[in-house]
Design a protein around this ligand. Structure first.
Ligand SMILES: [Zn+2]
Length: 264
């Protein structure tokens, strides 16, 4: 898989003797979580994994060289059962996904590290990563952090409808890959589909509302796309990678400097 992680920030490129020599109390490890799942007719299965790596790699490049922050190899397989029925979607169960994070947390703690960031770019993993962030804290005493997608960066220029309901293979993901891996985007295969309309408020929303319904993609988006990829440009993708990388780098810096609010 293509990577943007600087070699000097790639944990798996170290030897065990180099790991032994790291300052364990302050080193920040990042465990990326993503997915291999359908992304419509026009984007590759690895979209969430590639975006994770693209944003994280650009963020890591902004950190001062002396700050000990390393990216672990990603957990590429996520809980993607909402996309089952589309060939190529490779999903693991919630219990498997959480067990892998728990086992890696045990190994990280056994290696002597104290600080771990779970960096997630797949919506189907969100609630599980949130649970595991607290469980790793409670079970192993690791100082854990959760970081999501663009780190709160605003994607300037996306219209309100796309912003609200363009959450899978829409303008943003397409633009990021038009910048990062243009050879993997198929613009002649774009399809458009919205689950709901922003100007026709409904009580039951697919996500982010007080009352929601559990959806499977095949129920609501025959092509697999939720959003409109047509306005996507490589130029916007490049701009959004830059603003997201700045936010992600700022969050990682805050996590690196974080200390307990209360010292027992
Ligand atoms: Zn995606």
């Amino acid at each position: 898989m293509k990577t943007w992680i600087p070699d000097a920030r790639n944990f798996a490129y170290l030897t065990w003797k180099q790991v032994e020599g790291l300052p364990k109390d302050e080193t920040l490890l990042i465990l990326p979580t993503a997915a291999i799942e359908q992304h419509g007719h026009h984007l590759p299965l690895a979209t969430d994994t590639l975006i994770n790596n693209l944003l994280l790699g650009n963020a890591l490049a902004l950190l001062p060289a002396e700050m000990p922050v390393y990216a672990l190899p990603p957990i590429c397989y996520g809980k993607s059962n909402e996309h089952i029925g589309f060939p190529g979607t490779l999903s693991v169960s919630a219990s498997t996904f959480m067990a892998v994070i728990r086992d890696l947390g045990a190994s990280i703690a056994a290696s002597g590290f104290k600080k771990v960031v779970l960096y997630n770019t797949h919506g189907g993993n969100t609630s599980l990563v949130d649970v595991m962030c607290r469980d790793l804290r409670a079970e192993f005493g690791l100082r854990t952090f959760y970081l999501s997608g663009a780190g709160g960066a605003k994607m300037e220029g996306i219209n309100p409808q796309e912003s609200a309901y363009g959450f899978h293979a829409g303008e943003m993901e397409t633009a990021l890959l038009l910048h990062g891996t243009p050879e993997l985007v198929h613009p002649e295969k774009y399809t458009v589909n919205y689950i709901a309309q922003i100007d026709a408020p409904e009580l039951l929303l697919p996500e982010n509302g007080p009352a929601t319904f559990a959806w499977l993609t095949r129920d609501i988006a025959p092509s697999g796309v939720m959003g409109d990829p047509n306005p996507a440009t490589a130029e916007n993708g490049e701009r959004w990678v830059k603003t997201a990388a700045e936010k992600v780098a700022a969050a990682l810096t805050a996590m690196y400097h974080y200390t307990n609010r209360f010292q027992p």
